[in-house]
Design a protein around this ligand. Structure first.
Ligand code: C5P
Length: 399
């Protein structure tokens, strides 16, 4: 239900804070990656360690890093960019009031302001508090600000009273969360489609400190991933060792060698669209030395062996309706070589890249690509971001 989705769970200082631990588990079981932010008073009810252990992530409470001042104090911005949904459960009257006023006095409230994603508030408190005119007004204001509210349920409260103020059951919260995510999906030709993009070089180590690689920067692959995301896709970027900063909003996994990438591709071979923009090394060392090879006793020959052709493997077992897009880097006979690769690897499209061209290729921000389908061709030229958008529009339409 939440595969590949990223959720920030905000926990505030009410007795129902302990229930947030169960909620976190339910989100995880449904496939979500969850990060937790707590208000300082929530930590009086449940320890940060509980949520850190369950979420396998640090739990953020304060914006400022007291142990290491000045370091990583923009986490609220990064988290706000990272998430698909922010759920505050339980949400106290105090935090609700801060949210509607735009206060940002701790990590949770600062992240609410920084978040680009929708916010679901689960107000949970004593019945009298919930019925108070201030809370009623604040809930109306929160709705008017575009936030979602899941009303509390009636029942036995910590005060011993029976009233409306209980945190709804996890299933109900998950259902509401799912509806919100669906509603906020970017609408485009790839909405709801799983798209996997590989980018960057591979490194084939032949001793602990040396490897065979290439100068791929990963720029074209990253541009394809972002263009697919903006077309509505659920994107995962698989990237090799690159120095580019990948925006937090793009889910990613890293690889080093072609074999690592092959494993990641096998795990994701059910994707609707696979775009192989990675510059995969065709060769690797026949054997990897455990210790650094000494120039005094090393031989000057390196024995190589072939890497698996990942794209060809994908082409051989292409599932019904799956679209495979390859890249071809050539220094001569661009079109002929690319045409051969479409057939050999059973591709739907290939982006042929003439490395000899000015302002194109590995590290440049610009590129010229000849897009070949099984019976069509078109050339795209310009910034890698622009080309990526145009290529996807050509293949999948504008939606
Ligand atoms: O045959 P060639 O290496 O030129 O094909 C390039 C395309 O094949 C690219 O899309 C690249 O990501 C992919 N490739 C691969 N496995 C390899 C080599 C290339 O998937 N071992």
């Amino acid at each position: 239900m939440f595969a590949g989705k990223r959720i920030i769970l905000g926990v505030t200082g009410g007795i129902a804070a302990y229930k947030a631990a169960y909620l976190l588990r339910e989100f995880q079981k449904a496939g979500a990656e969850v990060r937790v932010t707590m208000t300082p008073s929530a930590t009086r009810f449940v320890g940060t360690e509980t949520f850190a252990a369950l979420s396998r992530n640090e739990v953020a409470v304060e914006v400022f890093n007291n142990e290491n001042p000045g370091k990583n104090w923009t986490k609220h911005i990064q988290w706000g960019d990272w998430a698909d949904l922010f759920v505050i459960a339980p949400c106290t009257a105090n935090t609700l009031s801060k949210i509607v006023q735009g206060q940002s006095d701790n990590m949770l409230t600062s992240t609410v302001l920084a978040a680009r994603c929708p916010l679901l508030i689960c107000p949970t408190m004593d019945g009298e508090m919930y019925e108070s005119s201030s809370v009623t007004e604040n809930l109306q204001r929160a709705k008017a600000q575009g936030h979602y509210i899941l009303e509390p349920t009636e029942g036995y409260l910590a005060s011993g009273l029976e009233a409306k103020g209980r945190l709804p059951e996890p299933e109900e919260i998950l259902k509401k969360a799912q509806d919100i995510i669906k509603k906020h999906r970017i609408k485009g030709p790839l909405t709801g489609k799983k798209v996997v993009v590989s980018a960057g070089p591979t490194r084939e180590f032949f001793d602990p400190v040396r490897y065979i690689s290439n100068p791929s920067s990963g720029k074209m692959g990253l541009a394809m991933a972002e263009a697919a995301r903006l077309s509505g896709a659920d994107v995962t970027l698989l990237h090799g060792p690159i120095s580019l900063e990948i925006p937090d909003r793009i889910p990613r996994k890293s690889f080093v060698s072609a074999d690592d990438l092959f494993n990641l591709i096998k795990e994701n071979s059910d994707a609707d669209v696979i775009i192989m923009a990675a510059a995969v090394s065709d060769f690797k060392a026949a054997s990897v030395e455990k210790q650094k090879i000494k120039k005094e006793n090393g031989s000057n020959e390196l024995k190589l062996t072939r890497n698996p052709d990942i794209l060809e493997w994908l082409g051989n077992q292409k599932k019904e309706g799956q679209i495979l897009i390859g890249f071809a880097m050539e220094t001569e006979n661009l079109k002929e070589n690319a045409q051969k690769k479409i057939k050999k690897k059973n591709l739907d499209w290939i982006c042929a890249n003439d490395l000899s061209g000015e302002d194109s290729g590995f590290e440049s921000d610009k590129n010229t690509i000849l897009l070949l389908g099984t019976d069509s061709e078109q050339t795209f030229s310009g910034s890698k971001n622009q080309i990526a958008k145009e290529i996807l529009e050509r293949i999948f339409g504008k939606g």
